[in-house]
Design a protein around this ligand. Structure first.
Ligand code: DON
Length: 568
């Protein structure tokens, strides 16, 4: 695109933003993982934009300032609440496996799974990115500001530069060896003389990203899924030395974001809703809550060991089913109804001993279940590769969006100033186990199973109570569910709920978060038979509650996020 046409586009964007009517008056709020992204979202709301407009502007800025976590080269799930219609919908922008990727994608010549560390860097794990298609689809229906306007904060910041944050600098250090294999990354993220990763405070400009965003701003999804940018992505993926992938121009051109019904279940006097398959997040979270509903968590101490023991047991049971039954339900039958059936969950809850850890538990047999065995890749969970943002606009419309490039810096391929995802490693590396096809095996066009859990909570009159979510790999589900329990069972403010120590059991060991109240459970848990591990556990919860006293937001102190209030 010529400089002149970009100039005219910017003028147009400016005019459009000046003309856009300020139609919403109530208080609004944004909570994202980075101050620049929160500011961009707040700016859109101030201009009269909707929660969707704000989310898209924030996502474009996150592509620049938190590239290790999310961006236009990745995928996302978004819950959207349209307040005046009392309508909840979800947008699925999950990456898809290229059509030419077979179920042996992650197997070596001898049929053995390739080690995750090797498989996850390069072209092989790159799925067809979904963020731009999702943003476009959501904006067509629920956007208020012109598409073009949403890209201006990110384009400006990419041209002007921003100070590298501690988390970005640290992520660069950790990923430096793999990033150095990519020419664009070498130029973008390293000091030219020493080739050291950029330090904290370095003013980073990303003109290549500014250019890519300007093209997408002007042309819509065609600027991303077709033409020079698409060609550059395909070439980078398929020519990656030692670990090439299978992305084609057809995969990009045919990618579609899908609108799906939310999955919802009652919890106490509320209704909790999440994203359905291909993420396991919503279903697993609702299963944990459904099992815990058989106990009076609210009467047990806030974040107490007794309550959190029950949480670990419910979590064991839910993860056991998740491992076996959940995958992309466009390809396999997921027994959604059976898994959330009250009687089924009650029967599972009966297996819990409030005084003793049950140990590794077998999956149950919910109605409608087809048996398949899922073997996860057995990876050490990375904490950098995903981001969550929550927004409520002045009309009470809300967004809960979790967005990801998978591991920190995804595939470590940078094209057009952005990171390409490594999301296909969320598939089972083995297609068959014990003679059964694995539900979450690789298939062309299929979406890998996710744990992302963008969530919303509704009051019993159907009005919105809260929107929240988190990054954190397969621990996301527990982060979010624990926070939901915090605001419902213990009536905590959003921030206080996020501040409670993280406790996990994904049907393996029990993890307690170091340096928090959770660490104090160690002796009591050991006495109950738990095998425990104490360590750093970095959630990234961002959420907003609607209270009689106004909006109440929270940003996880374990990350760099901020909450911004707009209006009021
Ligand atoms: O979709 C998923 O569940 C994962 N790919 C998310 C990865 C993640 O959250 C990494 N760390 N924050």
């Amino acid at each position: 695109m010529s400089k002149i046409s970009l100039f005219y586009l910017s003028i147009l964007a400016l005019l459009a933003s000046l003309l856009s009517a300020c139609s919403s008056n109530g208080p609004a709020m944004v909570a994202t993982a980075n101050p620049h992204a929160s500011k961009a979202a707040a700016l859109m709301l101030e201009k009269g934009g909707s929660a969707i407009d704000a989310a898209i502007a924030a996502q474009m800025v996150l592509t620049l300032v938190e590239p290790q976590s999310s961006g236009i080269g990745g995928g996302a799930f978004l819950l959207y609440w349209q307040n005046d219609e009392n309508k909840l919908t979800t947008f699925d922008g999950r990456e898809t496996a290229p059509q030419n990727a077979g179920e042996d994608l992650f197997l070596d010549k001898n049929g053995a799974p390739i080690p995750w560390r090797v498989a996850s860097i390069g072209g092989r794990p790159v799925g067809t990115p979904g963020v731009i298609a999702l943003a476009w689809k959501a904006h067509r229906q629920y956007g208020r500001l012109p598409w073009l306007v949403l890209f201006q904060p990110a384009i400006k910041l990419a041209n002007d530069g921003f100070a590298v944050s501690p988390r970005l600098s640290n992520a660069l250090k950790k990923s430096q060896d793999a990033l150095k294999r990519n020419e664009e990354a070498r130029q973008l993220y390293f000091l030219p003389d020493s080739m050291k990763p950029l330090p904290v405070g370095f003013m980073l400009k990303n003109p290549a990203l500014a250019k890519s965003l300007a093209v997408i701003a002007a042309k819509g999804p065609n600027g991303f899924y077709k033409g020079p940018l698409a060609k550059a992505m395909v070439e980078a993926v398929n020519t990656y030395q030692g670990n090439p992938g299978f992305l084609s121009m057809e995969d990009l051109a045919s990618y579609e974001s899908v609108e799906r019904p939310a999955v919802c279940a009652p919890y106490r006097t509320y209704k909790v809703c999440g994203m359905g398959p291909p993420t396991s997040g919503g279903l697993t979270s609702l299963m944990i809550l459904g099992i815990l509903e058989n106990y009076h968590i609210g009467n047990l101490g806030v974040g107490s060991a007794t309550a959190m023991h029950l949480f670990t047991q419910a979590s064991r049971l839910a993860y056991a089913d998740r491992d076996v039954y959940m995958a992309d339900d466009d390809f396999v039958e997921v027994p959604n109804k059976g898994l959330l059936d009250k009687n089924y969950l009650r029967s599972r809850a009966k297996l819990i001993n409030p005084l003793k850890d049950m140990g590794k538990v077998k999956p149950g047999a919910p109605k409608g279940a087809e048996l398949a065995f899922m073997k996860t890749a057995g990876i050490k969970q990375r904490e950098y590769g995903t981001s969550h943002l929550s927004i409520i606009d002045g009309d009470g419309n809300a967004v809960s969006m979790t967005t990801s490039v998978e591991r920190g810096f995804g595939s470590h391929i940078i094209v057009g100033g952005f990171v390409l995802n490594s999301q296909l490693t969320d598939f089972s590396f083995r297609p068959v186990k014990n003679g059964f096809k694995v539900a979450n095996r690789v298939e062309g066009g299929k979406r890998p199973r996710s744990s992302m859990s963008p969530s919303m909570i509704f009051n019993n009159d159907g009005s919105l109570y809260a929107t929240l979510g988190s990054p954190g790999g397969s621990r996301i589900i527990e982060f979010v569910t624990r926070a939901i329990i915090g605001v419902i069972d213990w009536n905590l403010p959003m921030q206080a709920s996020f501040d409670l120590g993280n406790v996990h059991n994904r049907n393996r060991i029990t993890d307690l978060e170091k340096g928090t109240n959770a660490e104090n459970f160690a002796d009591q848990f050991k006495a109950m038979g738990h095998k425990i591990r104490i360590g750093k556990i970095t959630s990234g919860l961002h959420g907003i509650r609607i209270t009689p006293n106004g909006l109440d937001g929270g940003a996880d102190k374990r990350r760099e996020g901020t909450v911004i209030k707009v209006g009021e």
